[in-house]
Design a binder for this molecule. Structure first.
Ligand code: CP
Ligand code: NVA
Length: 322
């Protein structure tokens, strides 16, 4: 490991606004290439010897296993660090970040407060990737975009603006989905109860940053779903919000994705969900397990998208920079 003071310029991915549209497209291109190679039994070990730390405060299946498998496919290895690190309890974040960053090549953080992820990035002398905070879930959105591009084809996605409609809680997953839609010039619609929408500044900021895309909030799910190419939802009660479950159930019941809502969308529309899902709450079983659902391809793409991200962050970037 090189001396921190002379470490090469590293990049963090705390939200998708940390990347440019071209960088997002490059990551998605690399992800598709790595996926195609993987399916043919080819695993380029460009990250030979590199170590990825996963510092997790919350449960995970997809994010943890897809990162741990993905870094191994690329020749590296991983360390899963949960409660025993005592993050937020045992020592200051500054000390954890500085020391962990001197041992490993990149850190994936999953936690509650987005500020903790920002603080880790401030002090760690290696890239920090947000593996989900209460604010954002950028790795999820990369896999979501990859799944949409696979379903509609690069050409279709480039030549007619796709409409991606998220129905439910204006949460971490919704925010990152809006950001990736901005990068790709798509139309993003969010249908949620007014009290659970993304903040208006988020729509204003994204509209200004991505003028070729569009962002609109709805309170009527049927109106939002009309002619959409993608209907997307997430749980109504995210990790850490369990005490609000009853009031959330009441507020979100009209925002369930079910067969009538799917039939308002484009006939070729697909259904996406970041998972885990609660069948019968935010989505009915006939939709999530039905022919329009792409949830398993989407979950699989977490691994390919993150391999593209790791490849870009830790290797590809340095091949093109002078
Ligand atoms: N979608 C997602 O992030 O899944 P996990 O919580 O299982 O990582
Ligand atoms: N919004 C959910 C996503 C889980 C992948 C949560 O934060 O718990």
């Amino acid at each position: 490991m090189s001396d921190n003071s002379s470490s090469p310029s590293h990049r963090h991915v705390l939200t998708l606004l940390d990347l440019t549209p071209n960088e997002v497209r490059r990551v998605l291109f690399l992800a598709a290439e790595l996926k195609s190679k993987f399916k043919r039994g080819v695993r380029p070990t460009v990250l030979n010897g590199q170590v990825l730390a996963l510092l997790f405060q919350k449960q995970s299946l997809r994010t943890r296993v897809s990162f741990e498998s993905g870094i191994r496919h690329l020749g590296g290895s991983s360390l899963y660090l949960a409660d025993d690190v005592g993050f937020g309890k045992r020592e200051p974040t500054q000390d954890i970040a500085t020391i962990l960053g001197s041992y490993v090549d990149a850190i994936v953080f999953r936690g509650y407060r987005h500020q903790d992820c920002v603080d880790l990035a401030k002090y760690a002398h290696c890239p920090v990737i947000n593996g989900l905070t209460d604010h954002s879930h950028p790795c999820q959105a990369l896999a979501d975009a990859m799944t949409v591009l696979e379903a509609f084809g690069e050409d279709a996605a480039n030549h007619r603006p796709l409409t991606v409609t998220y129905v439910g809680d204006g949460n971490n997953v919704a925010r990152s989905l809006a950001e990736v839609c901005g990068h790709l010039g798509w139309r993003f619609r969010l249908a949620s109860p007014a009290a659970y929408s993304l903040e208006p500044e988020c729509f204003t900021q994204l509209s200004a940053k991505f003028p070729q895309a569009s962002f609109r909030a709805y309170t009527d799910p049927l109106e939002a779903a009309r002619d959409s190419h993608v209907l997307y939802t997430d749980v109504w009660t995210s990790m850490g919000q369990e005490a609000e479950r009853d009031e959330r159930l009441m507020a979100f019941t009209p925002f369930q994705i079910n067969a009538p809502l799917m039939s308002a969308a484009d006939p070729a529309a697909i259904f996406l969900h970041c998972l885990p899902a609660i069948r019968g709450e935010e989505v009915t079983a006939d939709v999530i397990d039905g022919p329009q659902s792409r949830i398993y391809a989407q979950a699989e793409n977490r691994m390919h998208a993150q391999k593209g991200l790791l490849y870009w962050l830790l290797h590809d970037r340095f091949c093109h920079e002078s």
